[in-house]
Design a protein around this ligand. Structure first.
Ligand SMILES: [Zn+2]
Length: 161
């Protein structure tokens, strides 16, 4: 038995990208996330063999962080078809992307404009585009963030995205 929903195509349980097919059915992961899961398993096994080796520990922690970033991608970018975005959803996406790509937030405090001037279908199309851009960004920076934020606590590393 699987925990997949009955509606919609099955997607990776970590990144929740419905454009990627399931590569490893047993784990419900796409090829990319499966690769991370294998890297994590190898790194953890190596670290357990050599618990005092700093490189083994570092490699394990980087792989663990990569898994967390892939899962974060699923939480923030997944299940887009079932979402009914409001103005705040759009404002948050614009702010996320503009802060990271432009170094300055755009559309701060503009949620009402998106609510009043955009129809639900327009908001959905816009959100779909923005979420795909966020997904591309997260994949691009995954390794760098995993390296940079390797020793941070679980609630601190997201500041490095
Ligand atoms: Zn995946």
């Amino acid at each position: 038995m699987t925990s997949q929903k009955s509606s919609g195509p099955a997607c990776c349980s970590w990144c929740r990208d419905d454009e990627r097919s399931i590569y490893m059915k047993r784990d419900g992961l796409c090829r990319s996330c499966y690769s991370i899961s294998r890297e994590l398993a190898r790194a953890e096994a190596h670290w357990r063999q050599l618990p005092k080796n700093i490189h083994a520990k570092f490699n394990y922690m980087v792989a663990k962080r990569k898994k967390e970033i892939a899962q974060y991608e699923g939480q923030t970018c997944g299940d887009i078809d079932s979402r009914k975005p409001d103005g705040m959803d759009l404002e948050m996406e614009f702010r996320f992307l503009s802060r990271r790509l432009r170094g300055k937030e755009m559309f701060f405090g503009c949620a009402n404009i998106f609510d009043w001037d955009f129809k639900p279908k327009q908001r959905k199309i816009l959100l779909s585009f923005l979420v795909e851009m966020q997904r591309a960004y997260l994949r691009k920076v995954r390794y760098r963030v995993a390296l940079t934020a390797v020793d941070l606590k679980d609630d601190e590393w997201q500041a490095y995205l």
